[in-house]
Design a protein around this ligand. Structure first.
Ligand code: ADP
Length: 464
């Protein structure tokens, strides 16, 4: 707690200092403010952005990490130790920069540490690809950022990392700890900036592979850019979005289902790629079930993540808030909003909202916020529901609430999703034993935290 208190003050003004290229000697862009999404007048810090010229300079000096595998393993574990030692400071940055609740921040540091130790124990193998670009999103700005980099470094690559523009400070602190633990400066360069920095990375011929987590649209742009500029064999490891569904049949335990739904759809203000977006409830129980669900929504507290009583924090920025608000307003005009909650006036808060879909196969795009869609199905329509879910082309997470044993088996086999959750919330994965990742429009595989993931960061002997 003392560490958290200490870190509440203003952060040091900084540049992208981590890595061999410093602001003094390299071309750089504007200085941008980073603000707290729950209190936009709270300036958390500033960051000097990289530009495409910075990317070129960094790619010129990057050197694969040629230390023996045991040494790389030790350094990755030392980074994990440093994350644990500095956990209070990391929580505080996650909270102030990304709006994370204390619970979410704790889980995120834990996941980052797990990635470091898991990949740190698996450093031996074929040689590295060379220079890897790691492009990460703002919703898990420490865990995903660390997971990508840890895998690339475990294989011995040099890393050029572009964190999301909204969350450069946690990336900066983490990169400092990586260097402090012994990663050579020539093997890690942080390049905070906008999409153009990502674009420069994916079109620099010195980059041998790309690890990306973010939207499906950006993954498609990166795929195209790599095909034009990089070696035809350059690997792209992409983790993208989902239109994740859950089926609740009439045998499900309603209390268990409602608790799981509220967490799956609204935790992290719905800003998880795994979050539940569309709920299918069997028609016979839908009235009583909806009443219970809207009651649970009424009981939710929306506010700043640091308060222990808060269930739903802010969304990341004003643009995200406006986009979700427009979507909800259009549904409201069509009379499809079943329930919406109250929110605080200031800050980037969005009310958790339940919206009725027009039909079982109607859901066009991922809304990255606390918006849940409700559809109903008749007892004999379950196959059509599965077809509708699979037909969207995404396949990240899927939930099933039932007490029919055969149904668990049948639906799990039929559904195209990377992670299936039965009679529980649709949240989480355990590095090592439950690798996470999707199919189709949701990602390229292999799953993060699984045995094949590291192989994509290595060269393979011809023909393999
Ligand atoms: P989100 O909707 O979660 O912000 P994005 O796909 O826009 O998802 O962003 C994920 C990461 O990809 C961020 O670091 C972002 O800056 C980066 N990015 C955005 N556009 C591009 C692009 N054209 N090329 C490479 N990286 C990009």
């Amino acid at each position: 707690l003392a560490a958290i208190e200490e870190a509440r003050g203003p952060f040091e003004r900084h540049t992208w200092a981590a890595g061999p290229i410093t602001a003094e000697e390299a071309p750089h862009g504007a200085e941008e403010a980073v603000v707290n999404p729950a209190r936009p007048r709270d300036q958390v810090g500033t960051v000097t952005w990289a530009t495409p010229d910075t990317v070129a300079a960094a790619a010129r000096v990057a050197q694969p990490w040629d230390a023996p595998p045991e040494e790389r393993g030790k350094v990755l574990n030392r980074i994990a130790d440093l994350y644990e030692e500095h956990y209070g400071e990391l929580f505080a940055i996650l909270h102030r920069e990304a709006g994370k609740s204390l619970n979410d921040a704790v889980a995120e540091v834990r996941e980052a540490v797990d990635f470091l130790r898991y990949y740190g124990a698996r450093t031996a193998g074929d040689p590295p690809v060379g220079v890897f670009a790691c492009i990460s999103p703002w919703n898990f700005p420490l865990a995903i950022f660390t997971g990508q980099i840890a895998a690339a470094l475990a294989a011995g690559n040099a890393v050029l990392s572009k964190p999301a523009e909204q969350t450069p400070l946690i990336a900066h602190r983490a990169a400092q700890l990586m260097l402090e633990a012994g990663v050579p400066a020539t093997a890690l360069q942080l390049l905070p900036g906008a999409a153009e920095v990502g674009g420069a990375l994916t079109s620099d011929a010195r980059v041998g592979g790309v690890a990306f987590t973010g939207s499906t649209e950006t993954a498609q742009i990166i795929h195209k850019s790599m095909a034009e500029h990089l070696d035809p064999g350059a690997p792209l490891i992409a983790e993208t979005g989902g239109l994740n569904a859950m089926i609740v049949d009439s045998t499900a335990l309603p209390e268990q289902a409602v608790a799981a739904i509220v967490e799956s759809a609204f935790q992290s203000a719905g800003q998880r790629c795994s979050a539940l977006r569309c709920l299918y409830v069997q028609e016979d129980i839908v009235d009583s079930f909806t009443e219970m669900l809207t009651g649970a929504m009424d009981a939710m507290r929306i506010g700043r993540g640091w308060e222990v009583s808060t269930d739903v924090g802010p969304v990341i920025d004003a643009e995200a808030k406006a986009g979700i608000a427009d979507y909800v307003a259009a549904a409201e005009d069509e009379g499809r909003v079943i329930k919406t909650c109250d929110t605080p006036d200031a800050g980037h808060f969005v009310a958790p909202t339940l919206i009725r879909v027009k039909g079982i196969d109607d859901l066009e795009r991922e809304i990255f916020g606390p918006v849940l869609h409700l559809a109903t199905f008749k007892a004999d329509e379950i196959e059509a529901v599965i077809d509708a879910i699979n037909g969207r082309g995404y396949g990240l997470t899927f939930g099933l609430m039932t007490r029919i044993d055969d149904r668990v088996q049948h639906v799990s086999e039929r559904i195209a999703a990377g992670n299936v959750y039965v009679n529980r919330n649709q949240i989480g994965a355990i590095v090592g034993s439950q690798p996470f990742g999707g199919e189709g429009l949701s990602g390229t595989g292999p799953k993060a935290g699984g045995p094949d993931y590291l192989d994509r960061f290595r060269q393979h002997p011809a023909g393999q």
